[in-house]
Design a protein. Sequence first.
Lengths: 166, 427
Amino acid sequence: MSFTRRTAQLLHEDHRATLTMVEALEGLIVEAKRTPPDTGNPHVQNILKQTIANISQEIGGHFSFEEDQLFTRLAEFGDEAIGEHLREEHQAMLAIAQQVVDLASTALATGFDNQNWLLFKTFAGELSERMFTHIQKEEMALLPMLEELLDPETDMELAELFSQGQ
Amino acid sequence: MSSPASFLGGAKDRLLPVSIPFRFFATACVFHILAWLVLLAGAESLPGFGGETGLVLAALHLLTLGVLVLTAMGASYQLLPVATLNPLARVWPTRLSFWLIVPGTLLLAGGMVDANTILLYVGAALVAAGLVVFAFLMADNLRRARKAMPIVAAHGWVALAALTGLLSLGLILIADLSGSFLNSRQTISQTHMVIAAFGFMGMLSFGFSHVLIPMFVLSRALPERRSWVQFTSAAIAICFAVAAMVFDNQYLAVAAVVLGFCASVIYFHLMGHAFKTAMRKRLGLSFVMIKLSWGFLMAGLITGFAVALDMGIPNGSTLFGFLIIVGWLLTFLTGIQQRIMPFLASMHTTGKKGIPPLLSELTAEVPLKIHAVCHVVALVFCATGIVTDNTYFVSFGAAAGLAGAIAFAVFAGLVISKLRKKSDQLT
């Protein structure tokens, strides 16, 4: 995918950052398997901190921007279905993401016990799978639509709004 | 509550009923088992196989028509409308083509075992009719495509031209069994094989790679100019290969292999570009199979080069065909199929809270791992058996292939049963 509109480029960069986080989470799960990882390990700490930061600071803002600024515009152009579907996915993922943040925060403070690790693996695994499919849909469908629909003025206005929200 | 299929924004009409692609994929799994089973029964004839009737010819066509072509048809019916941004003109002909080609392939393969002309004629007529329906649907879709990905469409047109050629030669070969009018039956059968493997299946797999690989790995678009160079060199290589067969010219054969080699290297470079710019780095077992298939493509071309230069590889022509058809094309398609089936299933189901189920809920990893191991064992043992003229190696390889095919069918069955559980749309 190559995008010429600034808004699409910014969303694409955000997707890339989120997928980097998702792959780091997957790596943590694969490496640790059943044994909870040592949260005193700087590598593990770093992944957990980045996950918390990415979810708390970026994902929420990214979703809000899409819902408030993009899906409404797409609906005006007569395409409500895509916004409705992606919005439902946002809601489902935010609930899972919040669980991941809570468990990661607890783990950073007190470490993982077996039960917390099992829960973390379940939620982080589901989040990473859903996030990948969701990003795949946005990259294949939403961003190409923005390329077609946005005029240069609206594009600049939206890009500025997105940057302010981040 | 929204439909998962709506995400492509306007593409809902380009998403076929799930039963269409899945009937092709599921039946291909059955033919996959049958092909290895028949090869196991005829293992002793594989090393010296030269296109004559018997169990190996039957196994070959169960594999090519039953597995490769059926999978290509199912995938093309679903993917071409998405790539060309044009829905199929009608859906019912896709079902018709299925009901023509499936019994046709069974009868044709049955007729090939002992050169039964009635079975051969009826089977060939049904297969030809099914492929003509497929060709018309694809040609109509490509013709109407205005905003199509031109590189995919170009590959599609060459594949359709090759389909016409391979079908004509196949019918001539069958007619020759009772009429014996061909001067060199082997020339026609080798040309038929080259057009089928490279012209039809090869061009489809190259063409769809331009859409599927970037989509799976979330990469940047492939460089356009290099893509056209790859397409042109592949198309010319096929023309040279056909000319080499027809005129029995060694120089043309060498030129065809060299051009095919260049086209493949550019293709790998394009795929490498996709991997380099991919947002997704963890790609799983399906990509192990896909990359392995590319290794077999190169091994096949190197063997083809040695055969063209008469370098004396024992049973070189058979090895060449085996590496290309089973090593490259079958491995590539199983890699793609194990990725596509759960993805398509997820597009047609609604999980908890109205959002699609996880892909991991719709797949089955263990059967796929068993298939991968058995498939590699089958390839290594059959190839060794061909070169060493050893029936035991071929038999062991075919038995491993059969076990792998059964495991792959278990995977497909589990995907379909999970899809059925989550949706009533499979009708």
